[in-house]
Design a protein around this ligand. Structure first.
Ligand SMILES: NC(=O)c1ccc[n+]([C@@H]2O[C@H](COP(=O)([O-])OP(=O)(O)OC[C@H]3O[C@@H](n4cnc5c(N)ncnc54)[C@H](OP(=O)(O)O)[C@@H]3O)[C@@H](O)[C@H]2O)c1
Length: 305
């Protein structure tokens, strides 16, 4: 099969090549998915799981990409709950070959059915940003209606999902970002916007929940805004700062079939919008994932037409 592979950690996305690789086999509880669309996250080439397996053994050449939408083409031994021919989408294991390929072997529990009226490109754009937003707000952040949330990077991949889901859940949203992000953040549902390049973050006053995607100095300053009993939830690694009278937690997104179902239901009925910037073929994936100019929105690789 055709796949994008990486072998050199130092080279980053510039080291990606289109190669011929053996088709993966579905192990126990796996499904083999005929990949129609694939999502890639830039940072994954810095994650250990891209380069080594769980025992720390070199697993290069590895196939990056951990989001997919496609059709189940085979079931492994003992696999239940999905069937051959079914449309699916989801998040794949960090330490296995990924989705920038014609086929991917994935544990069935990591996937959810993709309704027939949702495009594969849309399906592949949802798992990481949608699940990260859902888990940060509702599992880790325990958000309740009426609470206020400071959403960093509110026009970005994760932040735009956080903003939409939190608003729907009845929260008051203060979004942040660059000046150019203001309109987008407000359209996603933020009631206020802080331009981090020109406004004072401290003017926000107190909030119940901070959803941090940046870490560093912005995270430290944000911890000071958390009201007593509130929380700072970060996806940027272990928190360097804690609220004086509240909790700080960081997490790494996990797949969850029920949550994927909640997310795609909202996409179908128009409550949730995903931003796809560019769709390229697998043949053009290396160039598309090494853009010479900034692309707003997620780049999706359409593996099959
Ligand atoms: N822990 C986890 O499970 C997990 C899951 C998903 C993502 N992540 C991480 O979370 C981070 C965000 O992901 P994403 O997909 O949402 O990224 P993204 O789409 O690039 O969104 C980030 C947003 O914040 C803006 N921004 C960046 N730096 C800024 C600054 N200094 N001041 C103001 N605005 C700034 C960006 O604007 P520009 O585009 O103009 O820079 C963009 O609008 C990434 O580091 C990603 O690896 C972690």
């Amino acid at each position: 099969m055709k796949a994008i592979v990486v072998t050199d950690e130092a080279a980053g996305t510039a080291g990606m090549t289109l190669a011929e690789r053996p088709e993966p086999e579905a192990a126990g509880n796996d499904v083999l998915v005929e990949v129609h669309a694939s999502g890639f996250t830039r940072d994954e080439l810095t994650w250990p799981g891209t380069w080594t397996d769980r025992l720390g053994r070199d697993r290069t050449p590895s196939i990056p990409g951990h989001e997919l939408a496609g059709v189940v083409s085979a079931l492994g031994y003992g696999t239940a709950g999905l069937s051959v021919g079914q449309r699916v989408f989801g998040l794949t294991d960090w330490t296995r070959d990924g989705t920038l390929a014609e086929y991917a072997a994935v544990e069935a529990r990591n996937l959810a059915p993709l309704p027939g009226d949702v495009d594969f490109t849309v399906g592949a754009s949802l798992p990481i940003s949608g699940l990260t937003a859902w888990q940060g707000l509702f599992e880790h952040g325990r958000l309740r209606a009426g609470q206020s949330v400071l959403v960093h990077g509110a026009a970005g991949g994760v932040g735009s999902m956080v903003t939409q889901l939190a608003r729907e859940a009845g929260a008051y949203i203060v979004g942040t970002g660059r000046s150019v992000d203001r309109e987008a953040a407000l359209e996603f549902g933020a009631q206020e916007f802080v331009d981090l390049e020109n406004d004072a973050l401290e003017d926000v006053g107190g909030v119940d929940l901070v959803f941090d995607v940046f870490g560093g100095e912005i995270q430290k300053r944000s911890a000071g805004l958390v009201r007593p009993g509130g929380m700072l939830v970060s996806i940027a690694g272990p928190p360097e700062a804690r609220p004086a009278d509240g909790l700080a937690i960081d997490f790494v997104v996990e797949s969850d079939r029920a949550q994927l179902g909640e997310i795609v239901r909202r996409v179908r009925d128009g409550r949730l919008r995903t931003v796809i910037g560019h769709v390229a073929t697998l043949d053009d994936a290396v160039a598309a994932l090494n853009p010479t100019e900034r692309v707003k929105g997620k780049t999706i690789i359409g593996v099959r037409p």
